[in-house]
Design a binder for this molecule. Structure first.
Ligand code: TXA
Ligand code: MG
Length: 329
């Protein structure tokens, strides 16, 4: 696979039993399937498979890794992935299945990959109402990460032709379920302790949520009057260790993150070393990025030295996240 996502023959699948079975099979073997939800079409991949999730970013040509929403067939399945406090539970019971996404702390039993969560300790979960999406999720039996099925910078697609207009030849299949009903993305509410926050307005109106829970939602902006625990609100993963980019050589007390075959001076004696992709594959590198940063951070090193990573393809998103991790805090 090249760094922009390989060219693929995109299958157009019909909304019947064989179409659904094929879509589930492709997802379960790590492929990319666009599917209808009641909001917009999503570009789905097995959320537990970081390599498959990296394929989403490659196909969309997204220049940075945002945390993705993982879609589930039921509230019960969602509860194995995230921790629902009283408010989150009430919202899930009232609005799922439907156009609401809940951002909650990850559960110890969470199987969603670090890349789909962009390395965060929280997870975005949604149980969509569209019958085809529901059937596909039940058949797949895994959480499915899915941003809107458009190329970066284009509008969200509400039918299969829009999807193919943007992504034909870049994804494995589109499940054709006609036009999406809602047409705007799901409302995103973070329930991470304290007052819930509206992170994105969408298909479920703010009023309906506030009426149900009997309180006003905080706005998504940071610095609201009821700040959450430090780190909980951060929209970017930040390791405890200092991150040093474009290292040409490394010290013995540093942890090292490499890419490709190029060795760095001093690397043999470094404390710990991980290579994002020994053969220089940027999709593989993206799949490893957050879990490797966490492993290196856990080594206890004060500094993580990062070797040079090309700026092509997914390299742009990888470097974007590394720069944020390296920013002074
Ligand atoms: O309607 C929708 O929500 C569509 C359909 C396909 O379901 N999906 C969608 O997904 O719009 P996506 O992946 O583009 O939404 C990502 C947004 C992020 O930009 C962020 O705002 C929020 O979801 N998000 C997800 N996980 C989060 C987390 N752990 N912490 C904070 N925000 C999170
Ligand atoms: Mg989008």
């Amino acid at each position: 696979m090249n760094d922009l996502g390989s060219m693929r023959q995109t299958e157009r699948l019909t909304s019947d039993e064989p179409g659904l079975a094929r879509a589930a099979e492709i997802l379960r073997r790590g492929g990319l399937v666009a599917f209808p939800t009641e909001t917009v079409y999503g570009l789905g991949a097995d959320a537990t498979d970081a390599q498959a999730v990296a394929g989403i970013y490659a196909a969309k040509e997204r220049p940075s890794f945002n945390p993705l929403i993982s879609h589930l067939g039921s509230f019960e399945a969602a509860q194995t992935q995230g921790i629902f406090d009283e408010t989150a539970r009430r919202l899930a019971e009232a609005f799922w299945p439907g156009p609401l996404t809940l951002v909650v702390p990850v559960a110890p039993t969470c199987t969603i990959s670090d890349l789909a969560r962009a390395g965060l300790d929280s997870v975005g979960l949604r149980v969509p109402a569209h019958p085809l999406a529901h059937a596909l999720l039940q058949k797949t039996g895994r959480p499915v990460a899915a941003p809107s099925a458009n190329r970066s910078g284009r509008v969200s697609p509400t039918d299969a032709d829009h999807v193919l207009g943007d992504l034909d030849g870049r994804i494995d299949a589109v499940l054709d379920g006609g036009a999406s009903q809602v047409g705007v993305e799901s409302t995103i509410v973070a329930c991470l302790g304290g007052t819930p926050r509206l992170l994105r307005p969408g298909g479920v109106p703010r009023d309906a949520i506030e009426t149900l829970i009997g309180m006003k939602l905080e706005s998504g902006e940071e610095g609201g009057k009821n700040p959450l625990a430090p780190g909980m609100l951060a929209s970017h993963y930040a390791p405890r260790a200092r991150v040093r980019l474009n290292a040409a050589s490394v010290g013995a007390d540093e942890a090292v993150l490499l890419f490709g075959a190029q060795p760095l001076e001093g690397v043999v004696t470094a404390r710990t070393t991980l290579n994002l992709s020994k053969n220089g594959d940027l999709v593989e590198a993206a799949a490893h990025l957050f879990s490797y940063l966490r492993q290196l951070d856990a080594s206890g090193a004060a500094t993580i030295a990062v070797g040079p990573i090309p700026e092509t393809g997914l390299g742009e998103a990888i470097n974007d996240r590394l720069k944020r991790a390296a920013a002074e805090r």
